[in-house]
Design a protein around this ligand. Structure first.
Ligand code: GLC
Length: 703
């Protein structure tokens, strides 16, 4: 592919003036009142959002492709007619809004992730966008951080698989196809380690942890052919990543051979001045360009300072040429030179189709995690009258979650309507959102469903919380409903793990619905009334309290572990040290037994096969996520107590036993040592085939 484009790019580059080159490195915010002359003069390589001057002029739905076409026509009036690339935050769907990425991760279903990404690409490209600022693949270990909603949780193995699925879904085999879009893996790298869970703060990550926990999803995205990468805001170990050549050039390009281009995060080039690594915008621009940031998102530091810096010799023009080359390469691969305009009629036929809604409904079903089901109160059968109360009884747009700018509440079936449609004909539903009225009504119903949790505004960028408790007033509602003595089912909408230990102890059942997207209501009805047996599993550890953070499953073993005989051991004096729910945990409407773990050999020579039998011991079919974990007992560095190395979703009929097997090879056991090399070390390993990260059948093998 590269060969086809380079001569073309060489020829174009050879014609470009310095100002035209710098123009390609500049991305404007298209929502601003844009001076279109800047575009006509070739001073913009890209617009993000671009809702511009045609908004509301009787265009088709949404921002509409006509607006992008309007700006593209102006760009093609420029001397060299280089097309713009239009970017948009298409994080978990466009008009068909899927569950938030953290909820998608709970489905542990790469195929569905890829399908949803393909729908998002089709819809966004039909509206004139050819570049999506997703997938967000930052590992997150701190649920106070608002952006934990946008990623795939705490595990690098799961995040790496889903990163590649999302890239493949968006770009397909040929990102020039009209219904495909250029992906952007973000935010490279370590953004999730921001201190206190607060965006824009710095963070410290050791090299082994950076290499083995935070970088793998990006390497996976690069291997999947991701067209662009976005540099993170974070000051990582004293160097803001936007100025970190060792990572942006040394690792991304030198080690991994990344051929696409890097865009900075919003204004993070100019923010190098605030970070205190650049005296002024000119120095900031020179640092970022040298580090490997090819396009400056909206700060205009490149546009306003690079020409002078070239003239004074502080910026070599070769660095500019290389950045322009990468951007032109992706524009060429995206087909923009051949097909710069969008066919506006696509929008009327390719967006919000019944098929895309069905995918959204299936994803919402598979994303929800059943955390408790005392006395099998779920599915709700045999209750003649059920009251639904809480903040989200009438939820519509609230189910979208964060980063869903193109979702429309009017396209969402209200939650109450969806539940009414899903309920058995002989079940009467009362919808009583207000607490006092609900208390009065409670005496006349047979069961209570509470739908509460976080508004989407508590999720996403710049939405960090200091407490993981339920939002104000909701714990009191649960208390009131429990005090009625009726069976209580709690449904939680959230963009992060919440510290619901008390509520879990009080109620009969807890279903974690995340923010489930446009089909969240029907999917919730499918689960509550039994059309679908919950199969979601936690992609992130649930703490008992905020004070436990950070808490994650793949932690190192302390010298005095929690269960140590030593009186002095890792613990809190005021709280159990174990998580409320471990990574990988989830229940269904049936039960499973794990038995007979066997290994093909006690010694790993190249590979070893691990098998176990999983039996459905319940009364209905169900999907079980069978998980493979390993532990390297002794290493030249301390090693995690468990690492996920495989998973399989298996559908098992009542009474049926399935033999599930995994292959462990040496490559899976390599890790980054103190000297920076990656390798495998001889010794003893534990291996589990398990239903979650805290249980399962254990075996042993040696290298
Ligand atoms: C924001 C976010 C980034 C997003 C970009 C454009 O600040 O950090 O994820 O893609 O700006 O909206």
């Amino acid at each position: 592919m590269t060969n086809l484009t380079e001569p073309y790019i060489d020829a174009l580059l050879g014609q470009m003036t310095l100002n035209e080159k710098i123009g390609q490195l500049n991305q404007y915010n298209g929502s601003d009142r844009l001076d279109t002359d800047l575009i006509r003069q070739g001073k913009a390589g890209s617009l993000l959002n671009a809702d511009g001057p045609l908004t509301g002029q009787g265009q088709s739905d949404s921002g509409s492709a006509e607006q992008r076409n309007y700006y593209q026509r102006i760009a093609l009036e420029s001397r060299l007619k280089i097309p713009l690339i239009f970017g948009r935050d298409v994080i978990h769907g466009y008009r068909t809004v899927f569950p938030i990425p953290l909820g998608q991760a709970a489905a542990f279903n790469p195929g569905l992730t890829e399908q949803a990404a393909a729908v998002a690409a089709k819809e966004a490209s039909a509206d004139g966008f050819k570049w999506a600022f997703s997938p967000m693949i930052d590992i997150a270990r701190d649920p106070r951080w608002g952006r934990v909603a946008e990623g795939s949780g705490e595990d690098p193995y799961l995040a790496s698989i889903l990163a590649a699925s999302a890239v493949r879904g968006m770009q397909g085999d040929d990102m020039a196809q009209p219904d495909r879009i250029v992906a952007c893996a973000k935010h490279f790298v370590g953004y999730g380690a921001a201190e206190g869970g607060r965006d824009y703060e710095g963070g410290e990550i050791s090299e082994p942890t950076l290499r083995d926990i935070y970088l793998p999803p990006y390497e996976s995205a690069v291997k999947a052919g991701v067209g662009t990468i976005m540099s993170a805001f974070i000051d990582l170990n004293g160097t803001p990543v936007t100025a970190e050549r060792r990572l942006l050039t040394g690792v991304l390009r030198g080690e991994w051979g990344f051929e696409g281009f890097v865009v900075s995060d919003w204004a993070s080039v100019a923010e190098l001045v605030q970070h205190g690594v650049a005296e002024d915008r000119a120095r900031a621009a020179a640092l970022a360009l040298h580090a490997g940031v090819d396009m400056d998102m909206v700060s205009k530091a490149y546009l306003e300072t690079l020409a002078a810096s070239v003239r004074t010799g502080s910026v070599p023009v070769e660095e500019i040429d290389e950045a322009v080359r990468r951007i032109l390469r992706i524009k060429q691969r995206a087909g923009l030179f051949d097909r710069p305009f969008t066919d506006p009629t696509r929008y009327t036929t390719e967006v919000l189709t019944p098929e895309s809604r069905q995918i959204a409904r299936q994803f919402a079903r598979e994303s929800m995690v059943l955390l408790k089901n005392r006395n099998d109160i779920l599915p709700l059968h045999g209750f003649r009258r059920i009251m639904v109360t809480g903040n989200y009884v009438h939820a519509r747009g609230e189910m979208f979650g964060t980063w869903s700018p193109d979702g429309r509440a009017e396209n969402v079936t209200p939650l109450d309507q969806a539940l009414k449609e899903a309920a058995p004909k002989d079940t009467e539903l009362w919808f009583v959102p207000e607490t006092d009225a609900a208390m009065k009504a409670a005496q006349r119903v047979d069961a209570v469903v509470i739908v509460l949790g976080e508004h989407p505004s508590r999720s996403g960028e710049n939405a960090n919380v200091s407490s993981l408790l339920l939002p104000p007033g909701q714990a009191e509602l649960v208390d009131a409903m429990v005090n009625t003595g009726k069976p209580v089912v709690l449904v939680v909408f959230a963009g992060r793990p919440l510290a619901i230990m008390h509520q879990v102890s009080q109620v009969d059942a807890v279903l974690y619905a995340w923010h489930p997207g446009i089909e969240g209501g029907p999917a919730l009805g499918d689960i509550l009334f039994g059309a679908y047996s919950p199969s979601g599993r936690l992609p992130i550890t649930f703490p008992r309290a905020t004070g436990q953070v950070p808490i994650y499953y793949n932690h190192k073993n302390p010298g005095r572990p929690i269960n140590s005989e030593q009186g002095f051991h890792s613990r809190y004096i005021d709280l159990q040290s174990s998580p409320l729910f471990p990574f990988g945990f989830g229940l269904g409407y049936t039960t499973f037994r794990y038995a007979n773990l066997t290994l093909s050999s006690q010694a790993l020579r190249g590979k070893v096969e691990v098998c176990a039998e999983v039996t459905n011991t319940g009364g209905r079919a169900g999907k079980e996520l069978v998980q493979l974990y390993v532990r390297d007992l002794v290493g030249s560095l301390t090693r995690p107590v468990r690492e996920l190395k495989g998973f399989q979703q298996v559908e098992i009929q009542p009474g049926e036993t399935r033999r599930v097997s995994f292959i462990i090879n040496e490559e899976m056991l390599a890790f980054t040592r103190g000297d920076g090399t990656k390798g495998i070390e001889p010794g003893c390993f534990h291996v589990w085939i398990a239903p979650d990260s805290s249980s399962g059948l254990r075996g042993e093998f040696e290298i």
